[in-house]
Design a protein around this ligand. Sequence first.
Ligand SMILES: C[S@@+](CC[C@H](N)C(=O)[O-])C[C@H]1O[C@@H](n2cnc3c(N)ncnc32)[C@H](O)[C@@H]1O
Length: 303
Amino acid sequence: MISYAFHRHLRGFIKPASYFLILLLTYYLGYLSAVPKNPPSDTPLHHYSATTTANPLPLPTQPQSSDHYQFQTRCTDPIPPELTRQTILHRIFNGTSPYLGFPQPHIKPLLRQKRIKGWGSNGAVFKNLIHKVRPTTIIEIGTFLGASAIHMAELTRELGLNTQILCIDDFRGWPSLPNQFRDIKMVNGNSMLMYQFMQNVIEVNATESITFLPFSTGSTLERLCEWGVFADLIEVDAGHDFHSAWSDINRAYKLLRPGGVIFGHDYFTVADNRGVRRAVNMFARVNGLRVKPDGQHWVLGSF
Ligand SMILES: C[S@@+](CC[C@H](N)C(=O)[O-])C[C@H]1O[C@@H](n2cnc3c(N)ncnc32)[C@H](O)[C@@H]1O
């Protein structure tokens, strides 16, 4: 009798105890999977290769444990500036200039001899910075029809500089582009934006100084970092939403040569309080830099 009662009592205890244990185990496993996979907060998040010459601008001082700060690709050591053009031609265009044989006969009737449109593309900031930095390499992130790239090519030419300008743009514009720019033709859903840009570059005789990388900004900036393609001047003017601007600025900053300057457009438009301006201000704060407005443009530095 005693043994039966004892066993019943024991069963009554074991059942809730095992529920409790299962509950405890589940909670523990859940906790383990939720522990952040980011580096501990005292790990510096700067991105420069140990062998890369030090960048004069201060490194990030406020490491964060959020995905917003995970731009950690380490760049290869910089290639010499004089190898920039041939590196891009070799890596992207099988070693041949994409301007060769352009425009093909079936494309020519779709293009205008010259069709330029830009936004703040001739602003004083370009002259100010080119005179100050005297760049050997410029990276432009967001090119459209080449207005600002061509302006920079002319400024560097005037100074007698032998500057390579690398233009990153997927040449897709944005979804309402075909309605806004009806004269930029479309063939089977493919905008002629890139071809019109090329035509504009040919028209001003700048094919030797302006090279383009017709892909998304994120993947292209990552490749430039892997290939060791750095620049003295970087202009950011592609996607204007916060995430695009934030990603472009973070990736581009890694590609600055010592003494280089990064700048961009649309610091003051109303929408950019949530987009470009927020990204620029946040980047400056995290990296201990200052923002110096120049017209509608922003310039980052440690002035
Ligand atoms: C404002 S326009 C550039 C204007 C040019 N800087 C000028 O002043 O003449 C923006 C360009 O960024 C490009 N763009 C936007 N987001 C991009 C992305 N994620 N990857 C590649 N290009 C992008 C668009 O195709 C467009 O041509």
